[in-house]
Design a protein around this ligand. Sequence first.
Ligand SMILES: Nc1ncnc2c1ncn2[C@@H]1O[C@H](COP(=O)(O)OP(=O)(O)O)[C@@H](O)[C@H]1O
Ligand SMILES: [Mg+2]
Length: 612
Amino acid sequence: MRQVVNNWQTDQKGDAGRQPKPQYQSAFRIMKSYMGPYRGSFALVVLCTIAAIASELFQPYLVKVAIDDNLMTGNNDYGSLLIICAIYFGLSISGLVFTYLQNNLLQHVGQSIVSKIRKQLFKHITKLSMSYFDKTASGSLITHVSSDTEAVNQFFNQVLLTLLRDGLTLIAILFMMFYLDAELALYCTALLPIIALIAIGFRSFMRNTYQMARTRLSRLVAFVAENLSGMNLIQVFHQQKEQAKQFEERNEAYFKANLREIRTMVLFNRSFDLLGNLTIAFVVWHGGQAVFGQALEFGILYAFITYIRQFFQPINAITQQWNTLQAATVAVNRIRGVLDTKPEIEDSSQPIQVNRDAIEGRIDFNRISFGYDSSLPVFRGLDLHIRPGEMVGIVGTTGAGKSSLMSLLCRFYDVQDGSVLIDGNDIRDIPQAELHRIVGLVQQEPYLFAGSIIDNIRMFDETISREAVIQACEFVGADALMKRMKDGYDTMLSERGSGLSAGERQLLSFARIIVFRPKILILDEATANLDSQTEQLIQQALQVVSVGRTTIVIAHRLSTIMHADRILVLRHGEIAEAGTHAQLVEKKGLYEQLYRHSQGESFPSSAVSMIR
Ligand SMILES: Nc1ncnc2c1ncn2[C@@H]1O[C@H](COP(=O)(O)OP(=O)(O)O)[C@@H](O)[C@H]1O
Ligand SMILES: [Mg+2]
């Protein structure tokens, strides 16, 4: 875990050093492919947008009509004034309704697409091979599923909405201004290049401040995550002060970046306001002169001023979407990257049909070579053959390759050379789902899901009866634990089974494996967390379970494997010694040394001498 968190941090640092260049084209193409099924809804959104904009932009025009055709003419026509007011009110209502519809529709489509992407991502990630998780920090995967998909949502509900609504508004305003007075409109459009210059200038500046704030936030988050996972260490080594100081530094950096971002935003917005007001002053001055000279109707001047005010708002809104667009683009490309990752381990295109019940459980490792990194081989041509129903114990120092060997048998990784066979069938030809029902693995740290105990034991497989689960629990001696639990077998466990001791979790995972009746049973240091009394229980259960099953037991405590049919001593990925307990003790080799050591462990000679 520690290593993963560290990777994540360096990840973030790497990001800060060279910011990923957004690839807009590919992002838009991907987005378009997701939008395809919602074509109809999008067309409706566009229609609603047009209706909403028309309702809004027609209002100043209506006031112009009231001023020029009613108020300024002198005939007190209350009737038509009332009608104009009624239409004005009606337009406001229709603007509201269409904006609401448009927002809702777009939200619905956006959220549907994002929830689809999230589901797709999660499903895809669960299919990826172990080697992928070795290379990828879990923190970055969490980011993909949570914040990256959220950025995509923002693309629909902010970027697309703004581009559509404000883009159309802008065009409509320009149209109305030219329609009302072409000369005055021409003067105003002369401003456009200035606006563009300001926008471009601020854009790059804003991108930097935005990126800086994001990077510093993720560093802060990574730091908290690392601290949480290492909290016991921090407290044991009294690192609270030191960690708080480091946190303070990161917090301060984020605070500053945030302030800078906000300052930039405010400056940008206000400079736009200033430009807008300048334009209005110009229009009032120039248009006012025209009104004095009777060349322009007063109503038109009023409408013009209102349109100018409305003109700057969409421009401002569009430029503000720049950051969101950028974040969404990076997010989409990252999501695509995960989705495009092919699992390294895939089912063969011509899988063989295996009859699970007919499997005898013979295992052949034929001259296998394997390494997580091809330059660092763990096994170099290892040959090992296990008879059906044999019980094999494996011992060896940490890093000897015991767990790796079992990972190969479960096909979490593929061998680079040689082959692994079960009953003579290459495991690469057996569908993975089938293989994992044949080979049952119990590890040192069993994983429990949030859910009831019974579901955790039968792994949410409803075809397994309650009786079968109860029987399995009695078998491994977990029934005493069940009696202690609040709701017995229906007690809900929180994530990872916190609330249970390591030994209790292990008992449940034993029950789990017994319920599934695998033909090949692997225990990888599975008894390490158990107290010796519980271990004895398991030992007895194991004696019964292993009958008619090929069983491989990896253990530190030699007492667990002493009675195995064959014991292997693994060293640097090679079988250094093999034989029964008696044979190996006789041999006076590595095993005998280990055995003497373990005898000493229960009565450490140093401790004994100290007592004396
Ligand atoms: N996921 C992994 N990625 C890279 N190297 C690994 C991984 N797992 C184990 N190794 C390396 O492979 C070797 C064998 O490890 P392992 O099979 O876990 O040993 P054991 O279970 O006997 O303690 C060690 O050198 C270890 O560092
Ligand atoms: Mg191991």
